[in-house]
Design a protein around this ligand. Structure first.
Ligand code: UD1
Length: 418
């Protein structure tokens, strides 16, 4: 199993190119199933999760080509509607093929994703929403069996909570349904906007984009097109956090400051100088120690749960103390004991954590527990004294393209060891 060996103490400076967003690429890949003619996605990041979904879609018989940052799909060769447990269990987002398969072919058999390290994460809202459009759904032996006679029927969907994946699944189903669907309490994450824009380019009729009510007028078929995946706002924030924790100055390019205002405001509250360009963001910590900042994770446009661990790591070396409330997932503080092994002072009570800043951290052997937690340990190690070995970095490879090369180019002393 690969590990990172990190020698801390270097101040990170330079420019880093941000990749396409993992969380947009995955639903966009699933949406390819809906296209009747060949369809091309560009700016697709090279990530383990992307490879998993491409493999799953190719397993349906769809012809998939992946060259450079471009993926092309030809659905004319599709020959089954089956997403096996072996692939789904490695990535929860595999459930996103359910909506498109059902909408286009009237049938799908998709393994239940099960729980994951950051919580039980059920898919009840996905299934309830598809039933509201007329799907017959049974759960049998760990599989979701979904069917519909003829086309799905437009209807009213009201989510009990804001769910990103649930909104994406129902959106991909509703675009081919007969009549109009209204999706209430829809997620408003930029990745939903990206999916809706792709679907509209394919010929769908979605309005209310960027609001919590999406209105979808169903169409009979969708065509292929070419579309570029939106920039990864979480990767952007993660590299800016690397500048903040080491007192450095990093410019992220090929990104979009409009996607992440809540995070940028927190960096400013820390005392960083943040400059926003059209498609770039620069953070300059000017060698200062950041001020610890309190926040609560909430659905977009509020502070994203996917940045919680990285900003907590910066707080660990901050001035003063901060409280962090995690309201999206019930078990997303697994980086806390690992950060404490390096000398952090963090108290957890339920879904609240209190961080009291310390002046320095010491390198230690630590273990990555989930994707974003992994990056928080990496940046803590970059700011710590001495050597840190981060184990189980397969988590980080799921969501950060070329992570060690990008960090090395900014001056980090990080090596992958086998
Ligand atoms: C997506 C992101 C993930 C991010 C999360 C929240 C992808 C591939 N992943 O995950 O990085 O952290 O949004 O911004 O885009 N829930 C239910 N029932 C459901 C669906 C969700 O109870 O049917 C709960 C979940 O357990 C969780 C909350 O709702 O507590 C939010 O989950 P959701 O927004 O669906 O997250 P994902 O789409 O899985």
């Amino acid at each position: 199993m690969d590990k990172f060996l990190i020698r801390g103490g270097n101040v990170l400076n330079g420019t880093v190119k941000i990749s396409g967003a993992k969380n947009a690429a995955l639903p966009l890949l699933a949406a390819m199933i809906l296209a009747e003619t060949p369809i091309t996605l560009t700016n697709v990041p090279h990530l383990k999760d992307v490879n998993t979904l491409i493999k799953l879609i190719a397993g349906l018989g769809i012809t998939m080509k992946y060259e450079g940052d471009t993926v092309t799909a030809d659905t004319s060769t599709l020959d089954n509607y089956f997403a096996p447990y072996e692939l789904v269990k490695t990535m929860r987002a595999s459930i996103l093929v359910l909506g498109p398969l059902l909408a286009r072919y009237g049938e799908a058999k998709v393994s239940l994703p099960g729980g994951c390290a950051i919580g039980s994460r059920p898919v009840d809202q996905h299934l309830k929403a598809l039933e509201a459009l007329g799907a017959e759904i049974e759960v049998e032996a760990g599989y979701v069996l979904a069917k519909v006679d003829g086309r799905l029927k437009g209807g009213e969907v009201v989510f009990d909570m804001v769910t990103v994946g649930g909104t994406e699944n129902i959106l991909m189903a509703a675009v081919l349904a007969e009549g109009t669907t209204t999706i209430r309490n829809a997620a408003r994450e930029p990745e939903i906007t990206d999916l809706a824009n792709l679907l509209n380019k394919m010929g769908a009729k979605i309005s209310g984009i960027d609001t919590d009510t999406l209105i979808v007028e169903g169409v009979e078929s969708l065509r292929g097109c070419e579309y570029a995946v939106v920039a990864d706002r979480i990767e952007t924030g993660s590299y800016l956090a690397a500048a903040a924790i080491t007192g450095g100055k990093i410019k992220t390019t090929h990104t979009d400051p409009n996607l992440m205002e809540a995070v940028l405001e927190k960096f400013e509250e820390m005392g960083a100088e943040v400059t926003r360009g059209e498609d770039w963001i620069e953070l300059d910590m000017q060698g200062k120690r950041p001020k610890a900042v309190s926040f609560r994770t909430l659905p977009h446009p509020e502070f994203p749960t996917d940045m919680q661990a990285q900003i907590m790591a910066v707080n660990v070396l901050g001035r003063g103390f901060a409280t962090i409330s995690e309201t999206i997932f019930e078990n997303r503080f697994m980086h806390v004991p690992e950060l404490c092994r390096m000398g952090a002072n963090i108290q957890v009570e339920g879904n609240d954590a209190t961080v009291t800043g310390v002046e320095k951290l010491q390198g230690a052997p630590v273990m990555a527990t989930d994707l974003r937690a992994s990056f928080s340990l990496v940046i803590a190690a970059l700011a710590a004294e001495g050597e840190t070995v981060v184990d189980r970095i397969y988590h980080i490879d799921r969501g950060y393209e070329d992570v060690e090369a990008k960090l090395q180019s900014l001056g980090a002393d990080i090596q992958r060891i086998h």
